[in-house]
Design a protein around this ligand. Structure first.
Ligand code: ARG
Length: 464
């Protein structure tokens, strides 16, 4: 039983298969740095309230730094029988400084310790994701300059609907990723209360001061209820969900661009550095990066499922089930972060095939809705206008011409409200010049949006 933190009451050695089954060191070793930070704060607090001496505190803090250095350099050996990262670090400490090391765990349990570690770790992850989302927004905003003046067909049901400025597309993505950022920030704010000192489930009879550790670790407050602390993983469920929505947004963008790269659409060219070829078909240029961004979203959605199912029906307080929580979070984070690392470059280096887009831009009656609005402005009831334009579209389909090619007499036969200025609202360029409502895809409102986004991003810090 030597070496086991609970050895005192146990009469038998743990079955090695149980050790292998219950270990978490194979996946929680990545908490080493935050575990050390948490322990150092805890030691400082213990010294401040007089539970250990200042000298003991120094020994603990310094030795933990040495251990942290070894772990960072890959010189630290992990052993399954020591179960998790918390036990590894504590036993290494005890091995080096003996009884002083044996005092570190005073007034805490692994239950509040693990929650503290995860919160510190998740906090950094949320910040890293946030910064990467800003980089992605920057890439989209940079595109508004590259594609200045370009008009794209807008779709609903993947059918041509109304034209919009290309920048309107790029900024639509910025809005989605902005909401994702707000969700991360919101999640971070709710998470940022300190679990440390809740101990196993009931707190402690010792004169610990949770405010001190909370402040040292950058928490805004102390969690109010120790039972709640011991069982709470809401912050993981929330952050994994927030990541899943990022993944879903990325998957929609990836799908759209995959379509746009097809010969059928011909809207977009991806740079060679972000495509792969075929081992048999020499002409192929496949959008694998986008396909994998689309595909990897499945994992993150599954991670949401995993964490919720893990938490379902758990009685208070800590249950060992919770050890599996980290797997869902790490997987979701690694996946989403990897996607966000590549996405800005893909956005930045892709090129719209403006000639192909332009050549077919007048197809699909993208001006029909604006023609209807022209009638509304001349006093025609909306439903009547809709019907009149519907008939005109049908007529054009039969004649295989565009609305702008229809003679005035035909327009006037359909409605006596139409005069020859109708040609000023027809055609895609006229439409985008006229779309004027706030937030619309017309040239004017889009210029306002571009301006707002440029200003917003200029004030954001840059990631290397
Ligand atoms: N490795 C454990 C986990 O990740 C640490 C907490 C263990 N607590 C306990 N009471 N056995 O959840």
């Amino acid at each position: 039983m030597a070496g086991k933190a609970w050895g005192g009451a146990f009469g038998e050695h743990t079955d090695p298969r149980v050790e292998k089954f219950t270990e978490s060191i194979s996946f929680d070793a990545r908490l080493a740095a935050v575990d050390i930070r948490g322990s150092q704060a805890h030691a400082r607090m213990l010294a401040e309230v007089g539970l250990i001496t200042a000298d003991e505190c120094c020994q603990i803090v310094e030795t933990l730094d040495v251990i942290g250095g070894e772990i960072g350099r890959g010189e630290f050996a992990y052993r399954t029988e020591l179960e998790d990262i918390h036990m590894h670090i504590e036993s290494a400490l005890i091995q080096r400084i003996g009884d002083v090391g044996r005092k570190l765990h005073t007034g805490r349990s692994r239950n509040d310790q693990v929650s503290t570690d995860i919160k510190l770790y998740v906090r950094d992850c949320l910040d890293a994701l946030d910064a990467q989302l800003v980089e992605l927004q920057r890439a989209f905003v940079a595109r508004t300059e590259i594609d200045e003046g370009v008009v794209l067909p807008g779709y609903t049901h993947l059918q041509r609907a109304q034209p919009v400025m290309a920048a309107h597309y790029w900024l639509a993505y910025c809005e989605k990723f902005e909401r994702d950022r707000l969700r991360l920030q919101d999640c971070r704010a709710r998470l940022n209360v300190s679990p440390l000192g809740a101990a196993a489930l009931a707190g402690s009879s010792l004169p610990i001061n949770r405010r001190i550790t909370a402040e040292l670790l950058g928490f805004d407050d102390v969690a109010a209820n120790s039972l709640d602390v011991s069982s709470d993983r809401d912050y993981l469920a929330e952050s994994i969900f927030a990541m899943s929505l990022i993944a879903i947004h990325l998957s929609g963008w990836a799908e759209e661009w995959i379509l746009w790269c097809t010969t059928e659409f011909g809207f977009l060219k991806l740079p060679d550095a972000y495509t792969t070829g075929s081992s048999i078909m020499p002409q192929k240029r496949n959008p694998d990066v986008l396909e994998l961004i689309r595909g990897k979203s499945a994992r993150v959605v599954a991670d949401v499922q995993q964490i919720l199912t893990l938490l379902k029906g758990l009685p208070m307080a800590y249950n060992r089930d919770l050890q599996e929580d980290k797997l869902a979070f790490f997987d979701a984070f690694d996946t989403v972060y990897a996607c966000l690392e590549l996405a800005p470059s893909v956005v930045e280096h892709a090129r719209l095939r403006t000639e192909t887009i332009e050549a077919r831009l007048e197809e699909g009656f993208l001006d029909a809705t604006t023609l209807m609005e022209y009638l509304i402005l001349r006093g025609v009831p909306m439903r009547t206008g809709h019907e009149v334009v519907g008939k005109l579209v049908r007529l054009c389909e039969q004649k295989k011409i565009r609305l702008a090619e229809l003679p005035l007499a035909e327009f006037q036969a359909a409605s006596d409200k139409i005069t020859d200025d109708v040609y000023g609202v027809l055609g895609v360029r006229n439409v985008v010049a006229r779309l004027q409502s706030e937030g619309s895809g017309g040239a004017g409102p889009v210029a306002t949006q571009v301006q707002r986004w440029r200003e917003r991003l200029a004030s954001m810090p840059r990631t290397e």
